[in-house]
Design a protein around this ligand. Structure first.
Ligand code: 4AD
Ligand code: MG
Length: 478
């Protein structure tokens, strides 16, 4: 192990006059004298001052952007503006050379599209490293919230044979040789010869398994990767994304919505405090970005104000029925500006409709509840009107749907009827039914799309830039 302090520790402490060691990558080397050194521990660089005369010429020549170094020196008050302290270098070792011509991360602005092609090196840029530190902090805040609220963290399976949820298209998991599949007498693939003896796929959600554990532990959550093979090439869809799914017994829909609001506010506040430096940087980036957009597309609030707005203002809660009425009477509908016209009760809301409600009509996050049962999943609790289910979606400015959840159908006969209506095989979900047979209780939960949350907090417009290695149709590199 190399000895050395983190740059974040050095810049925080008041160790003027101290001798210290540090390791990192050279961001820039200016005037043959000033190294801007970064080690990933903070958005800030440590300025290292080298006295050209003291070192070999050859060594000095090798210091270029991208080179990794180990330096030893004395921390002094900085002579220049821009930083309080700097390291007067006494020893310098190059750990790894770098070809200055070939190194793709030059000290200039690169497009995010370009950086996606260099996903193995883009973490050395200020923007992506800031985003990934914020992402890490958000994950920590989420675990902390649930811990404080007495939730148990459970790990639901990634490979599953249950495909009833209908949340998206499935990625098949198999060890069969797809070039030479075993067939039965009828010419159908013999899945009994597959690894698990039946068809399996990657999970689209950990909810059904989380329900099992909630009905024994009380309050649980999963936080893991989920997989959907939808062919959606949008700035908000990934084929592999992370989802946070709490599941609570004895919670009805209203308590579920109360929890999601409290949860989102808590983690945003915590992250705002703990990732202040990175968010300040991303805030400046966001504001610059806004300037390049046409007036009508610009955000009225800057990034940090947008987060603070969420902390200070309750979400708007409206029923699906109210949402439809607002949309029917809206200007874009009356002027036929929506790509999908509002056809009345029963229609599925498109993201243009959701964005109208959030960004134009209410100008704040909106929770829509009590959706028509036909556009929602089988497990959602039927309301007494017989037409709607106790579902809720949370819609965010610039993002659209960030959370989907519901109260679950805990009454066995209702669940059986619904599954029959939808043609869901009761044999497949026998265990889900048994939970309703043996000590059933009211319960609720929701799923928060982690990357969409990271997008909201960091202001990144494309979801591919908030996950280290994005998986999208046609792309699984790195
Ligand atoms: O609304 P969804 O499909 O809900 C569920 O999966 C439920 N089982 C959750 C639950 O009640 N426990 O997905 C939940 C959230 C969406 O609101 C969205 O934020 C995110 O997951 N999401 C995606 N994020 C990125 N890429 C995709 N392809 C996504 N699909 C859904
Ligand atoms: Mg949804």
């Amino acid at each position: 192990m190399m000895k050395g302090l983190l740059i974040s520790e050095i810049l925080k402490g008041t160790s003027i006059g101290q001798k210290l060691e540090v390791n990192g990558w050279v961001k820039t080397f200016r005037a043959n004298r000033f190294i801007a050194l970064n080690d990933g521990s903070t958005i800030r660089n440590l300025q290292c001052v080298v006295d050209y005369e003291l070192f070999e010429k050859q060594l000095m020549k090798s210091i270029t952007s991208g080179v990794s170094v180990h330096v030893y020196g004395t921390l002094i008050e900085s002579q220049g503006v821009g930083q309080k302290v700097e390291l007067q270098v006494e020893k310098l070792n190059i750990l790894g050379c770098s070809d200055p011509i070939q190194y793709p991360i030059q000290p200039k602005k690169h497009s995010l599209e370009f950086l996606r092609q260099k996903a193995h090196l883009r973490i050395r840029t200020s923007t992506i490293s800031a985003v990934m530190r914020v992402r890490s902090q958000l994950a920590q805040s989420i675990h902390r919230f649930f811990n404080l609220k007495h939730f148990y963290y459970i790990h639901t399976p990634i490979i599953t044979s249950n495909d009833a949820e209908g949340a998206g298209d499935l990625f098949r998991v198999t060890t069969l040789n797809i070039e030479n599949l075993p067939m039965d007498e009828k010419g159908i693939v013999d899945v009994t010869q597959d690894f698990f003896g039946k068809p399996t796929h990657l999970t689209v959600s950990g909810q059904l398994e989380a329900e099992i554990y909630a009905l024994g532990l009380g309050k649980v959550y999963t936080f893991g990767p989920t997989f959907r093979a939808e062919n959606s090439n949008t700035p908000r869809h990934l084929a592999e994304f992370w989802m946070i799914e709490p599941e609570m017994t004895f919670y009805d829909l209203k308590q579920n919505i109360d929890l999601v609001e409290e949860f989102i506010r808590w983690i945003l506040k915590d992250t705002l405090e703990k990732a202040k430096e990175d968010l300040t940087f991303l805030n400046q980036r966001f504001s610059k970005e806004q300037l390049s957009k046409p007036m009508f597309q610009r955000s009225e609030l800057n990034l940090i104000e947008r987060i603070e707005f969420i902390l200070e203002n309750p979400f708007e809660r409206i029923s699906y029925q109210e949402a439809i009425s607002i949309l029917e009477n809206s200007k874009p509908n009356q002027k036929k500006k929506f790509d999908y016209p509002i056809t009345g009760w029963g229609m599925d809301l498109q993201s243009e409709h959701e964005r109208y409600l959030v960004e134009k009509h209410f100008k704040k996050p909106v929770v829509i509840y009590d959706y028509p049962k036909d556009i929602k999943a089988f497990y959602m609790r039927c309301n007494s009107d017989g037409k709607t289910v106790a579902a809720m979606d949370v819609l965010f400015p610039g993002i659209g749907e960030i959370v989907g959840g519901s109260q679950r159908e805990e009454r066995l006969n209702h669940l059986q009827n619904r599954m029959k209506e939808l043609g869901i095989d009761a044999k497949e979900l026998w265990w889900y039914m048994e939970l309703r047979k043996f000590g059933t209780v009211p319960h609720s939960g929701f799923g928060l799309g982690f990357e969409r949350l990271v997008q909201f907090v960091t202001g990144m417009t494309n979801i591919r830039d908030v996950i280290p290695f994005p998986r999208t149709p046609g792309n699984a590199s790195f």
